[in-house]
Design a protein around this ligand. Structure first.
Ligand code: TXA
Ligand code: MG
Length: 350
């Protein structure tokens, strides 16, 4: 792709929001901050703009894009339920989820209206939609007054960016602008829920936890192991190694087993407390391995995880050992989506 200079816009300034909005209305692609991760936005009804997203990210066309809208009325226009046998059930689920979690990090998948281009949904009859809560995303959507498709703003198979610098790390020169809104509050992608099945199903675990959704939809299920079910359009982001730093070998181990890898070529990603304990046990002052530590609290851990992945790439290590957070009955729900990402990062199936 021809390299153009990527414009850096300040998400705090209304005039910059207007510049971003103008670019998007002219089929340009602009990354913007959301509460989960940075998205790479394009006007969702423009095939020309959508094609630019697939190209810039080097994303396979079989991986559908999420629509971002400003409010529930705009979201409803992207769906079509008139011909559905279980129309009432689907619409009831939609209302419950939308009123409980929007604006916020939940993506709802249901049958699409004819207006939604098949290019955006990867030929699926269903469309994924969310209303982001971040002020910059809200301002942009309210100014542009168009639905925007926005996958995470990273080259395909790289970690999602949680700050403007990490957008530029993989997409500089390939996108028209980035609307900088600082560091994303959540750091983990939205939870994707398909409401059209017999039971509603979580296609991708994310920033809204399983238990939070179960409290609203008690028969919710989590899609098993990311395997593609017959007649179902899976979330392709769930199918293979994903969300991982570019390091040859990545292994997930409990902290007790990390000691073996305490030499210079292996990078370690640990929880703060475990790293402190290990250092104390070993009686050392300095770490020998390149090490990154993350907060023990799952919400803070999630917020910093992808930034740590990008930093770890700078250590030039060929191996990375990631500490598998120890779960107990009380905290499993909070760690579930993070564990999913860590397992995918360390998956050999690329
Ligand atoms: O938090 C997020 O969801 C971020 C921000 C920018 O909103 N976006 C994001 O987009 O993570 P992306 O493209 O990186 O991941 C979207 C996921 C993929 O796993 C994709 O396959 C799935 O949502 N998806 C999108 N449209 C779908 C559809 N029509 N049916 C099933 N899955 C869909
Ligand atoms: Mg992504």
């Amino acid at each position: 792709m021809k390299s153009t200079k990527t414009l850096i816009l300040n998400g705090q300034l209304q005039k910059d929001i207007e510049v971003a909005s103008e670019l998007l209305s002219n089929d340009k692609i602009v990354s913007f901050c959301t509460e989960t991760v940075y998205g790479l936005g394009a006007w969702g009804f423009s095939e020309k703009a959508i094609n630019k997203i697939f190209k810039a990210k080097n994303r396979p066309k079989c991986n559908p894009l999420i629509f971002h809208v400003a409010n529930i009325a705009s979201a409803k226009k992207l769906f079509f339920h008139e011909n559905c046998k279980n129309k009432d059930v689907i619409e009831n689920r939609f209302t419950l989820l939308a009123h409980s979690f929007w604006p916020g990090p939940l993506t709802i998948v249901s049958f699409k209206s004819n207006k939604v281009p098949l290019l955006a949904t990867a030929n699926s009859a269903k469309v994924a939609v969310r209303i982001p809560s971040h002020l910059v995303a809200q301002k942009l959507l309210n100014t542009v007054k168009k639905p925007l498709v926005a996958p995470s703003a990273n080259a395909s198979n790289r970690p999602s960016p949680t700050c403007a610098k990490h957008v530029l790390a993989t997409l500089d020169g390939k996108i028209d602008a980035v609307l900088d809104g600082g560091i994303c509050q959540r750091g983990l992608e939205s939870t994707v829920v398909d409401i059209t099945q017999k039971c509603p199903i979580i296609l991708r675990l994310g920033a809204i936890s399983f238990e939070q959704i179960k409290a609203i939809l008690p028969n919710i299920k989590v899609k098993n192991g990311g395997k593609k079910l017959k007649n179902e359009h899976a979330s392709p982001g769930m199918l293979k190694k994903h969300y991982s730093p570019e390091i040859d070998s990545i292994t997930l181990l409990p902290s007790s087993e990390m000691l073996k890898f305490w030499h210079t070529k292996t990078a370690l990603l640990m929880l703060n407390n475990s790293a402190k304990k290990l250092k104390k046990e070993l009686g050392i002052r300095k770490y020998k391995s390149p090490i990154e530590t993350l907060p023990d609290d799952p919400l803070l851990y999630a917020k910093e995880l992808y930034a740590a992945f990008y930093r770890l790439e700078n250590h030039n290590a060929t191996k990375l050992i990631i500490e598998k957070p120890a779960l107990n009955l009380k905290n499993t729900d909070d760690w579930q989506a993070i564990l999913d990402r860590l397992k995918r990062a360390s998956s050999k199936n690329n």
